[in-house]
Design a protein. Sequence first.
Length: 219
Amino acid sequence: MARNFVNERYFPLSVAFCLLWPGTATANEALIAAGEQQALVCKACHQVEPDGVPLVGPPLWGLAERNIAAFPNFSYSEGIKQHAGKWDAQSLDAFLLSPDAFAPGTNMLYPGVKDDGARAAIIAWLATKNPTPPDWQIGDADTPIKSAGEGILAPGENMALVASMCSACHSLHLVTQQGLSKESWDETLTWMVDEQGMDELDPDDHEQILVYLSTYYGL
């Protein structure tokens, strides 16, 4: 099924952080929706369903209810195992900002989410992935959420989808250096699934990514 993305380039957290007041459910839902968009990169390596199993990383469901580095039978790095206690908004924010700084030597190669608003949105979305969602809130009320890929990829439909999927494995600047036909981009995506461990894409997402790449980075 094709994903629907927030069209605005920036989503003000000043709207989203009125969450505790009556009548603000829409703002909360909008922040969570923005977080789900930003978290597409997480889904490349982590399952988020209640019955999720380890992939490259451990499942994200139930983070609030287990200690850091405590998913059964998952091989964590020594860096992450040095942290005690449960995940909260502050520890998640630090980890998402720079996994390697939070847990030196981590097996997670992703460089981190540098945009403050994007991290806040991801944390709000992660809170919903628990049997009892915790009150995880972080960030400045005036901080905007930059669209995934903003400032690197060419603005266009499905830029956020491409940014989220591609940045899971490599720099987005690598995408901008290419110039391939749609057929060659298709072969590249197939190669990444077959040889590089990328999860197979939903057919609709696959086609949308191909259209974007061949439109903005094609021959």
